[in-house]
Structures are given as C-alpha cells and as structure tokens.
Design a protein around this ligand. Structure first.
Ligand SMILES: [Zn+2]
Length: 477
C-alpha cells in the first residue's frame, strides 16, 4: 500500500470573500485527508490563492487599496474561514510568492519550451476581464459577457502559445484507461467528449500591460515584456508548493498528487491543460481528479439579487463548526449539485445532531459515569470497516457519513431494546458488561466520525477516556 497521500485544492481568487461553495470544497478535501491520516498515511494537504490576476487588480482599485495590501487582507480572511472550518492544510501557497512559487513556475515553463511546445503567435480577440480569458462573439449576449455583464475589451497582442493540440490523443488514452482517473464517471465522460473534439493550442502569456503593478505576474523566462498567463502561473502551484524548481525534497516524496479536488467549473483546466503540461514537461500525472458540483439555495444559484446567499461564517457562528461540516458532507452529494436552505439546515441539525448524536452521547456516557468504575477498553488501532474505507476510495463521502449514522441509530435502538438502565439494577454484573459494550461502540463511532467532525470526535473520545459525560454537544438553537 502507498504510504503517502498528497491532496490539493483549487487556489481561489482573492478578489472577494469566500462563499459557501469554497467552504464546501475545502470541507470535502479536509474530510478526505483526515481519513487518509487516520488510515496511517503520511499526508500533505495544499491550499492557496491565485493572485496574479487582472480581476484582483481591479478589485483592489475599486477598494482604493494597493494590490499587495489588498491581497494580504483577503488572504487573512481565507485563513480565518479555514481555521473556523477546522481545515487542516499543511501549506497555503500564494502565487505572488516570488521565493516559493516563481522559481518552479519558471522551471516548468522552460521544460515546456525545451520540449518544443511553446511558440509565439499574434492574437486578436475579445477579452473578458471577469473571465480572465478571451471570449468569442458567440459567448456574448447583447455585446456583453452574460456572466459578468461587461463589454469585453478588444485586444491585439503577440503571445506565447502552448501546443495543447499535440497531447489530445495521449491524454484521451490515459483518461479512458483511468491511468488519470476522473471521478465521477459523468465528468470523465464530459472531458473525454471535450478532448475527443480535438484540443486547440492555448494562449500562454500576455504582454505586461502599462499600469500593471510591480511584483505581480511571473515573467516569462527570457522575455521580461511578457508575463505568464494563468495556466503556467496558477496550475504550477501544485508542484511549486512541493519545491519543484528549488528544493525538491517534498516533491520527490509526494508527487504525483493522489487527488486534485476541484469544482466542476475548472474541469477542463485540470483534466486537459494541466496534464498536457505535465506530459510535455516529462513529469508524472496526478492519479485522480475528483470533481464536485455546486451548491444552490432553494434550487437557485445564490445571488445578492435573489437574497438567498448563505454565509458560511454566519452558519458556523450559529451552529458551530462541526454542524456545518456535518451538513455539507452528509446532505450535499459530492458528485452533483446540492441544495441548502436555512430551514433545511436547522431541521437536520435538530433531528440528527441535537436529538440524534448529541442525545446518544449523553445517554451512553451518563450510564457509564454512573455505573462503571473506570473507562473501558478502546478500539484505537483496529482498522476501519472495509465498507467505510471503500466509500472513501470511491469519494462517496455522503455514504460514508450515512454509514456512521447507521451505527448511531443502531446503538440508539440497542439501548431502547436492551434497557441497560433496568438491567444494571436487576443484574449489576451483566448490566455493567452491556454498558461497557455500548461505550466501546460509541468510541468506534467517534473514530469513524473523525474525518467529518473532528472536534466532536475528540470530545467523545475524551469522554470515554475519562469516563465522564461531556457538556451538551449540540444545544438547541
Ligand atoms: Zn465574462
């Protein structure tokens, strides 16, 4: 069995506050990595931000702030949200980091260039700043980008291009054979059909514009008049974070990535452009790309106009970190779009956390505290149940947490059926033995809960160790 596990997450744009969708990506990733840690792997978990962007420069200008100060401030908020969600990342990479990120991005560029895959071409087209990309006449509605509501700029530039077209066939074969595994199957089909239509070479740099702030944008090796476009700048973070191009001890230990966790909107970048770059550079491909859906509210995309935005921080403040993690991981499908409403959240909280898990922990530990003289043997090192591990391997996190809830329910039913509180009075020896078994099972539940609800898991484990009923776990809201 492989002993290491490297997981990456998308580097988000620091041009605005993170929303529930970002919180979802990070929570999924965190549950996956905590499971691998619990299964005994040496793990590495990467988070970060994509900072060399026009969108960010515009947002900073709008806020009347210097770009770097603006970035520092937003990144602080990213980290604050991650801390309040208990996201256990090992490194937060910033693409403006000239020491950590730039040497590796430039080393990667040089490899692609040496492979004959970088060339210059005049380019003329419509550029949407919101997209950070060229768009076509066809994409526009009434002359404006339908996603951003702005008119694109007309640009004429000489740019470097990456010969993506060269890799379509090889890539198709590797995805078909699962050498590069795409999860779920529907995304695999989607990308195969996209690649099957042929791949066009992609614009790989842009001229350093007038007024573009110092310290932003990675210079193209050997041509200071150009800076790298998002592909080599941003995607490279997955290897530069490990020291590729500078001190590559971590790179040698952890690359290739075991999983890139991404949202469905960035599938093409990660499953076509990025692996093609790696092939060109002669570097190993990631093993799996896991693609999750979006979160809607009341069946609609969250938006200011609809007034249906649910702020992750607000939920955490009201219900606590683990309640938010619980909802996202159990009530949203990891593969399709999922829905959340305030009422739905509250109902799930009350039924499954307050009345469900919280009540069960209180019942069992009250019995233990009253009737057992000392703590019971704890199944600390036993391997996870096969069924549960398989669900993680298939990225079916909602089924894995359902599995835990199955055991919570079964334990509840056992208490109702076997009435330990009566038995312990009638036959103290047998009663205590039964209570011991209930506590052992509760400890198992705590272990299985760890990837999803790490703090709750720890509280339950401590309660069992100390043979003491914990404070009310999920108070009524
Ligand atoms: Zn746009």
């Amino acid at each position: 069995m492989e002993k290491t596990f490297y997981l990456t997450t998308p580097i988000f744009y620091p041009n605005a506050k993170l929303h529930l969708g970002h919180a979802y990506t990070m929570t999924l990733a965190d549950a996956l990595i905590r499971y691998q840690r619990g299964a005994g792997k040496k793990t590495y978990f990467l988070a970060g931000s994509d900072e060399n962007t026009q969108k960010m420069v515009d947002a900073a200008a709008k806020a009347g702030t210097e770009p770097m100060a603006f970035l520092d401030d937003i990144v602080k908020n990213f980290m604050k949200l991650y801390a309040s969600l208990d996201i256990s990342y090992d490194q937060f990479i910033r693409t403006t980091d000239t020491k950590v990120h730039w040497p590796g991005a430039q080393a990667l560029w040089k490899r692609l260039d040496a492979a004959g895959d970088v060339y210059t071409k005049k380019y003329e087209g419509l550029y949407c700043v919101g997209h950070e990309a060229f768009v076509t006449e066809k994409d526009l509605v009434g002359g404006k980008c339908p996603d951003h509501g702005t008119e694109p700029e007309h640009l004429r530039e000489e740019n470097y291009f990456f010969r993506l077209s060269r890799y379509a066939d090889v890539l198709k074969g590797k995805i078909e054979s699962d050498e590069l595994r795409l999860v779920p199957q529907s995304r695999k089909n989607e990308i195969l059909s996209f690649i099957g239509d042929g791949l066009k070479d992609v614009s790989f740099s842009r001229p350093r514009r007038r007024g573009w702030p110092e310290g932003l944008g990675i210079p193209v090796p050997g041509d200071d008049s150009q800076i790298m476009y998002v592909w080599c700048d941003a995607l490279a973070n997955y290897i530069t974070a490990l020291g590729f191009g500078r001190d590559d001890a971590l790179y040698r230990e952890f690359w290739p990535a075991d999983v890139h966790v991404i949202g469905k909107d960035i599938l093409r970048f990660h499953a076509a452009i990025w692996p093609a770059m790696l092939l060109s550079a002669g570097l190993p491909l990631p093993k799996t790309i896991f693609v999750h859906g979006f979160i809607t509210s009341g069946g609609k995309k969250m938006s200011k106009t609809l007034g249906n935005i649910i702020d992750p921080e607000e939920l955490i403040e009201t219900y606590g970190t683990d309640a938010v993690r619980y909802f996202l991981l159990r009530h949203i499908s990891p593969f399709e779009d999922g829905d959340i409403t305030r009422e739905g959240f509250k109902d799930a909280y009350t039924a499954n956390l307050t009345n469900g898990l919280g009540n069960l922990v209180a019942r069992v530990m009250k019995l233990a505290e009253t009737h057992l003289g000392e703590s019971v043997a704890r199944p600390e090192a036993a391997p996870f149940p096969r069924e549960y591990s398989d669900m993680f391997d298939m990225f079916e996190l909602n089924r894995a947490i359902d599995f835990v809830w199955g055991r919570i329910q079964a334990l509840d039913e056992r208490i109702t059926r076997e009435e330990p509180f009566r038995l312990v009075k009638k036959d103290p020896e047998r009663g205590r033995a039964l209570i011991g078994e209930l506590v052992t099972e509760l400890y198992w539940i705590a272990r299985l809960l760890n990837p999803f609800m790490p703090e709750t898991s720890e509280i339950i484990k401590r309660a069992v160790r100390e043979n003491k009923k914990p404070e009310n776990l999920f108070p009524r809201v």
